[in-house]
Design a protein around this ligand. Sequence first.
Ligand code: A5A
Ligand code: ZN
Length: 465
Amino acid sequence: MKNFSQWFHNILEEAEIIDSRYPIKGMNVWLPKGFKIRKYVLRELERLMDEDHDEILFPLLIPETELAKEGIHVKGFEEEVYWVTHGGMRELNEKLAIRPTSETAIYPMFALWIRSHIDLPIKIYQTVNTMRYETKHTRPLIRVREITTFTESHTVHEKYDEANDQVQEGIAIYKRFFDSLAIPYLIHDRPSWDKFPGADYTFAFDTLMKDGKTLQIATVHNLSDTFAKTFDIKYEATDGSHKYPYQTCYGLSDRVIASLIAIHGDEKGLVLPPLVAPIQIMIVPIVFKDKSEEILSKASEIKNILEKDGFRVNIDNRDIRPGKKYYDWELNGIPLRIDIGPRDLKDNKMIITRRDTSTKEECSLSEDFPSILNSYLTEINSNLKDKAWKFMREHISKIDSLDRIEKTVLNGNIGLIKWCGNDDCGKEIEEKTNLTILGIQYRIDGDCINCKRKAKHVISIAKTY
Ligand code: A5A
Ligand code: ZN
């Protein structure tokens, strides 16, 4: 897609996802249709998180002294923090930071809560808004200054190895989450210079947009005992000694919804995976003068049956041309449309149209049609998933000479190159190509593409958001 940026902007407006005209840069209004999609996305995420985490809710503001405690962390965020300095006319004794993320809000409380090894592990999460004064070009849902859908998890463990395992568990949860949304991803071990500020190491999920740029859609960090030491979080071990525990945190944002829209959408508008489609099936009665009542009552009969089976169904009985209705529901990405007109009524059938393939099928109303519709929804999900993964895989390209990187990547691909693992060399590659190293994908033999020393890793390189 040539003009992805324009397409993305238009679709957010036309499908009424958000209104970006709010008079503060980087802050947007969620409209009813967008909010419903967000709600179903969050519902799935929370279902997964709740299996092994407790949901909590922390305050929005962080005292300056707490935010400033962890040196590397605060350095990473200092340019991006919004400050509250006044209460009414009075200047506050201590400035309060609006959370850019919540480590420094949560960890002082961990210090109070954690006493003994029996208190561990702790696994919590919250969905909140956070604010970051982003200096790069802002874009609705993709890079915002108020992140409205920030789901962050924080865990505490006795042993470093347990924190390692938790990182893998976080990755496993996010895999299931993205799979259910049919969003493809690559998981990268971020290079040291691109880790979360204060983390021991960072794994990131990256997906590919249609213009060839990647988008980081989730991150999982091992914090080791760095924050525990800073915030004096200690537990009494079985042998009576006092030890610092190990921590992880992981999170994702509005970007999930951005990628959902961007990856599956097409020229006609949204294409929503059934799991998060606010309406999964739209019934369009094709009414004709004398038959209109009968058709409408058949439509609501079908609706009732489907609703009992748990589908999200609606009837479009607006007094407008069917063509206009089709246009609207395609734009809104409704997975299935049912048309029912006078002839269908006579034959006791309906016409089912799939949004993803535009194919039409007849379906008899004397059959078990809810299970037929259900299998269509399942097929739509797997088709969206296959298509999206195929697109991403077709745009990953092995590159073995430095001169070819820029051209290949700027042609819309993620490049795979061999790298020695040296920070200086890695930064040099980024400088020479003006691209971003996403991180390690897997280990290999061979020579570094740049310095020709022995390569340790295959890394991805891309144009990023
Ligand atoms: N506390 C940890 C989890 C944390 O804050 N990690 S993070 O800084 O990497 O942010 C988590 C995720 O939020 C990122 O992976 C990215 O997908 C998303 N994110 C970060 N800044 C964003 C912004 N300005 N707009 C939208 N999403 C953003
Ligand atoms: Zn090298």
